[in-house]
Ligand binder design. Structure first.
Ligand SMILES: *Cc1c(COP(=O)(O)O)cnc(C)c1O
Length: 398
């Protein structure tokens, strides 16, 4: 058997590869430079054009761009009218922001468990957690795979809940042929550099509901409108008057970020195709490795995968997840774990959330890691990751 690099063997790769990274080309740089030399470096023509473009791509009627995905989730909770006493059901297998957004507005996150095969929030568990205080669901398209929209929609309709989709992983994903962005009451996107397309930092919220759109817009721009037809004050003193109607934030995206994202959006289908190609190759390579459990996909989801997760089959391996992770790192394949269950963190522990709340998510967490997946990976990169994973799995085979 080949000696692992961690024990002094030759690493599979010479150069470290990370789990994700952006793809920025000269045309992206030019788009940004053009905006920086223009008249507006914030709130200019690119921001306006971007909102329209996001509507086209997602099939939504309205879009508000914001400075990051967390701000998008915060605005969605504000627009939903959530506040103290309200409960918001979400998944623990996500980035903290999916739950924190409820806390920002004084509401209480409640964690539902996940499906043991897809790792997405389990509709039955959502239903089991509904109380007379439940007001909204934040469903996360984990790794980019669409949640079970149809069932979740039915549950939300039955109980009068607002459905917020956290699609930070899922731009480009379709559910039954319909793009993410038009399926929830509001859908939140992130354009952080590890996500499928990036504006450095950036986010957006889409909705089909004109009233939610107006609330989202106000929440992201100090609660201020410049549109006279919307003023409460019917006799404004002069043309300088603008009106603050609600308490909002400055969550604006700059015009050069919007220009970068417009440029990136042109490449969404190329990036998406390449991600799918790499996922197919990984699935094929790992399908017959009994030490690994692969994430399942529902047939309704045509997934632009953000993360590729391998899960260790602990019955077949003599190592811990930590040993497997460290061994891959020594082979120069740098994984990450998505995610530590949100309620494990001290902030939530101190507020009474106990370990054991979501046993399936906890069990999944114990065995998972995300291996490199991004469109700029070469075929050689992909093959080297496969080789490293297989090498470590073979070494620790029981
Ligand atoms: C990245 C991410 C966010 C937050 O997005 P930012 O742009 O980093 O603020 C929210 N939810 C999920 C699931 C994410 O992966």
């Amino acid at each position: 058997m080949e000696t692992l690099a961690i024990f002094g063997g030759k690493p599979v790769r010479d150069k470290k590869i990370f789990y994700g990274r952006q793809w920025i080309d000269d045309d992206d740089v030019q788009a940004v430079a053009g905006t920086l030399k223009g008249d507006y470096i914030t709130c200019g023509p690119s921001v306006a054009a971007l909102a329209d473009r996001i509507c086209e791509v997602t099939g939504a009627k309205h879009a508000v761009t914001v400075c990051n995905g967390t701000a998008a989730l915060h605005c969605a909770c504000i627009a939903a009218g959530l506040g103290p006493g309200d409960e918001v059901i979400t998944t623990p297998l996500t980035f903290a922001a999916s739950a924190n957004c409820a806390v920002y507005v004084g509401a209480t996150p409640v964690f539902a468990d996940v499906n043991p095969e897809t790792y997405n929030i389990d509709p039955d568990s959502i239903e089991a957690h509904i109380t007379d205080r439940t007001r909204a669901v934040v469903a996360v398209d984990f790794t980019g795979q669409a949640v079970e929209h149809e069932r979740i929609r039915q549950i939300c309709d039955k109980h009068g809940l607002i459905l917020i989709i956290d699609a930070a992983h899922a731009i480009g994903t379709k559910y039954k042929g319909q793009p993410e962005g038009s399926l929830g009451d509001m859908t939140c996107f992130s354009f952080h550099p590890v996500k499928t397309i990036t504006s450095g930092e950036g986010g957006a919220i889409t909705t089909n509901d004109p009233e939610l759109y107006r609330k989202l817009f106000l929440a992201s721009q100090h609660g201020i409108t410049h549109d006279e037809s919307e003023f409460v004050e019917k006799n404004p003193e002069g043309p300088w008057y603008y009106e603050m109607q609600t308490l909002g934030f400055n969550y604006r995206m700059t015009d050069f970020q919007a220009a970068l994202l417009m440029s990136q959006l042109k490449k969404l289908s190329k990036f998406s195709d390449r991600r799918k190609e790499i996922v197919r190759r990984y699935n094929e390579a790992f399908g017959d490795v009994p030490e690994l459990i692969l994430q399942k996909e529902i047939p309704e989801s045509d997934t632009t995968r953000h993360l590729y997760i391998i899960r260790l089959n602990k019955d077949k391996l003599s190592c811990t997840r930590r040993e497997f992770f460290d061994a891959l790192s020594a082979e120069n394949v740098q994984c990450q774990v998505h995610y530590v269950p949100v309620y494990y963190f001290p902030f939530y522990q101190e507020r009474g959330y106990k370990k054991g709340l979501c046993p399936i998510a906890e069990e999944i967490y114990e065995g998972i890691m995300s291996i490199p997946l991004y469109p700029l990976m070469t075929d050689e990169d992909v093959e080297s990751v496969i080789e490293a994973v297989k090498k470590v799995a073979a070494y620790y085979r029981k």
